[in-house]
Ligand binder design. Structure first.
Ligand SMILES: Nc1ncnc2c1ncn2[C@@H]1O[C@H](COP(=O)(O)OP(=O)(O)OP(=O)(O)O)[C@@H](O)[C@H]1O
Length: 281
């Protein structure tokens, strides 16, 4: 079983991010966000659209450079991507359509220069882990969206990162599929003991999967509250119909509701975003 420890794996300290749009406006996406993610922990980021969840994830993974503040991985300041330690899974699974499933899973290991036999074994192990061993020689176009996302998870796991940063990985899938994939992910994580930071818009997904749910405010994104989900691991499907689940989900709804309302009203009026609607420039 995955153990969480008190040692922080990832630390964000007073992270602020201000984007400069092409039209010369400044969009403050994050405002002095501080967060510790412990080793083996599953932390979800939830908040209204545009509150900076993806921005925070990219900064944590060294894909984007914050305007001020600091991010550290195992106590070392992050100044760029560290693919050996941190892996990403995005909403678009971006598999190569001309490569078989197993060679899609191998692709990162290939870039890393791992020999053919070793990378095949490693890829096969991780494909089995996500339950797709039988599809090794199929092509992405032959798989459903949910299956392709499992391949993307196997590909990320193959690199054996300590930390997985997942940006709405199930966002493009229907509700039933994402529920089942969430259960699958809970099972896989028990086996691998990875540290996960997970962006989602789904309250149920956040409660079901997380040790802690970080609720962010409307932009500029700040941490509004952190909810702890004390349910033991591995999480069982029955948890999602329990009273404690409903109570946690309702609590999250209340916390989020006013933020989503504030974000929507700001969007409608164009307030605080230099009149450009906060669009990316
Ligand atoms: N490259 C960029 N240039 C300018 N502004 C940007 C850029 N990337 C993001 N932003 C702005 O920063 C804010 C935060 O964006 P981000 O994508 O991090 O939010 P989010 O919470 O992940 O949103 P969503 O839930 O809709 O995916 C938004 O207002 C967005 O328009």
């Amino acid at each position: 079983m995955a153990e969480t420890t008190t040692a922080p794996a990832l630390t964000a300290t007073e992270v602020t991010m201000a984007y400069r749009t092409r039209r010369g406006h400044t969009v403050v996406a994050l405002d002095r966000v501080s967060l510790d993610v412990r080793r083996g922990e599953f932390v979800s980021l939830i908040g209204p659209s545009g509150c900076g969840k993806s921005t925070l994830l990219y900064i944590l993974g060294g894909l984007r450079r914050q305007t001020s503040g600091e991010v550290a991985l195992d106590g070392q300041r992050i100044t760029g991507p560290t693919p050996r330690k941190v892996g990403f899974v995005f909403q678009d699974y971006t598999l190569f359509p001309w490569r078989t499933i197993i060679s899609n899973v191998e692709v990162g290991l290939e870039f890393r220069g791992v020999g053919r036999k070793e990378r095949r074994e490693h890829a096969a192990y991780n494909l089995d882990l996500v339950g797709l061993g039988a599809f090794a020689n199929a092509y992405p176009g032959e798989l459903s969206g949910g299956m392709q996302q499992r391949v993307a998870i196997a590909r990320a796991l193959s690199m054996d990162p300590e930390i997985l940063l997942m940006d709405e990985p199930f966002g493009a899938l229907d509700e039933q599929t994402r529920t089942v994939l969430g259960e699958e992910l809970a099972r896989i994580l028990e086996k691998t003991g990875k540290t996960i930071v997970f962006v989602t818009h789904s309250l149920s997904e956040a409660v079901f999967l997380s040790d802690r749910v970080v609720v962010m405010s409307a932009r500029p994104g700040r941490i509004k509250e952190i909810l702890t989900v004390a349910e033991p691991r591995p999480r069982q499907p029955a948890f999602s119909t329990s009273q404690s689940f409903t109570d946690l989900r309702n609590g999250l709804f209340d916390l989020l509701h006013e933020e989503v309302r504030a974000a929507t009203l700001a969007e409608m009026s164009g307030a605080g975003i230099g009149g450009d609607g906060g669009r990316r420039g």
